[in-house]
Design a protein around this ligand. Structure first.
Ligand SMILES: [Zn+2]
Length: 470
């Protein structure tokens, strides 16, 4: 038996697209002949990879928001992906799917209690789909700090994945797993992806005539231990047409012919506990080398004037604090512990129970109908306030793109729910903060974007209680 191992990990995720008022996805330009990019990428990537059985042989995470969409709209593909994990459990005793935090928030930029919620909701979503506890978790953009790793450990997770440039004490070449020391003598395992060969597949796959040529160049002389290719799953079929066959041949033909044994991360960890300790570079990520500035203040990862990013984040942070204050006050007034209550609320989001059943399960069944409705509305506001932090809003160069608009729309939905629940209108301050976020390309501000969102929600009849501007 060979002592050379290879793992392909696919991060399957799409920026969420649902309008937070209607729950519908608008027709998207560029997705033709499909209605939207979820459909297009399913046809190009998720479905063909599922039909070829590729999910059985890779390690993967399926973003909770994408999983929910696939479950509702692409049932066969969804079921094949879930079944791949079950097949691994049956075959080697360990599943090959790992969790992902819920809304693709850049966790080091989030407060601790939001880290806890994002991880708890990601784990709950995983258990809902895969019917078992996850051993590992994918961090959005691999963004990491020690508080994030402490949060993972406290949630019962054993490992995550980073890129090799994100750690100190790494001697190169092998994926580990390595040990990262945390507080109180505890530690967590991290796998390190091989940045060079991972990026080669992501960005240059089509320069190789076939997978065998790539494997002969990239995978020979690997030596003992584990090599890890970790990329966006959409690399295989969407970003690179035909990539699903490239992957299939690598997994089933080329790697074995080079005496490389294909494994999943969880399976490898079970047999190879970490031996070597490394330290992480805090505030690092796989797709920005500027201490997370891509999602915080703007950096040269995206061209042009990115100052709107800092202004948008300030607007979201201020609104989040205001929503939290309203929610915490209301929760405490009825004797509830606000943060554990919020963590548990994912059961309603996943459709495991309705609002009244949730209140009973939380020991709040004795509340008046009015008080229960108020608290449930504020919990819903907390959901949308989490969704507004999807990292995609900050990833690109332009404020008026669909991703920042999604973020602002979720903020609008959250503050509308606060207004309906308590009569408090948080939109004045939010609009003022958004006015500071300016698109230097088209001259629009975040406030202009917000106003168009409210106008269209009003026209569609979603605004029950008037919001400023009236
Ligand atoms: Zn950057």
């Amino acid at each position: 038996m060979t002592d050379s191992f290879l793992c392909f990990h696919g991060h399957f995720y799409q920026p969420p697209r649902e309008d937070p008022f209607s729950g519908q996805i608008a027709r998207e330009a560029g997705a033709e002949p499909y209605h939207d990019y979820n459909e297009k990428i399913t046809a190009e990537c998720y479905r063909p990879n599922a039909m070829l059985g590729n999910f059985d042989h890779i390690s993967f995470n399926l973003g909770p928001t994408l999983a929910a969409w696939l479950a509702a709209h692409q049932r066969e593909t969804y079921e094949r992906i879930v079944q791949a994990d079950r097949n691994n459990v049956a075959r080697v005793g360990v599943g090959n799917a790992i969790a992902q935090s819920a809304h693709h928030t850049i966790l080091p930029l989030a407060r601790r209690r939001d880290k806890i919620t994002q991880v708890a909701w990601g784990i709950a979503s995983f258990e809902h789909r895969f019917g078992r506890k996850p051993a590992g978790i994918w961090l959005p953009e691999m963004a990491v700090d020690y508080e994030t790793l402490e949060t993972l450990l406290a949630a019962g997770l054993a490992f995550t994945v980073l890129s090799d440039e994100q750690v100190r004490g790494y001697t190169g070449g092998r994926a580990g797993p390595y040990r990262v020391r945390l507080s109180a003598g505890r530690s967590i395992a991290v796998f390190l992806r091989d940045r060079y060969i991972s990026n080669q597949l992501s960005f240059d796959m089509l320069r190789f005539p076939d997978s065998k040529t790539w494997a002969a160049q990239a995978l020979v002389s690997r030596g003992p231990g584990l090599s890890l290719v970790a990329t966006d799953g959409e690399t295989f079929g969407h970003h690179n047409p035909g990539g699903e066959h490239f992957l299939h041949n690598l997994l089933l033909r080329d790697a074995p012919s080079l005496d490389l044994q294909i494994v999943s991360l969880a399976q490898y960890l079970a047999d190879h506990p970490p031996q070597v300790e490394v330290e992480i570079w805090e505030m690092s990520a796989w797709s920005c080398g500027h201490r997370l500035a891509r999602w915080a203040t703007g950096c040269e990862c995206t061209p042009g004037d990115g100052r709107w990013k800092g202004a948008l984040r300030r607007a979201l942070d201020n609104l989040a604090s205001e929503i939290d204050l309203v929610y915490v006050t209301e929760a405490q007034a009825v004797g509830a512990d606000p943060w554990p209550l919020r963590d548990a609320y994912i059961a309603v989001v996943l459709g495991q129970m309705d609002g009244p059943a949730f209140m009973s399960a939380q020991g709040l069944g004795g509340l008046s109908t009015a008080a229960a409705d108020r608290l449930l509305k504020l919990l819903q506001a907390e959901l949308y306030r989490q969704r507004m932090y999807a990292s995609c809003a900050f990833f690109f160069e332009e404020l008026t793109r669909v991703e920042p608009r999604y973020s602002i729309a979720n903020a609008a939905r959250a503050l509308m729910l606060v207004r309906e629940a308590t009569g408090e209108d948080l939109s004045h301050g939010f609009r003022r903060d958004l006015a500071v976020a300016v698109s230097s390309r088209v001259g629009m501000t975040g406030m202009d974007v917000y106003d168009t969102i409210i106008a269209s929600a009003q026209a569609d009849g979603y605004v029950q209680v008037p919001l400023y501007p009236r």
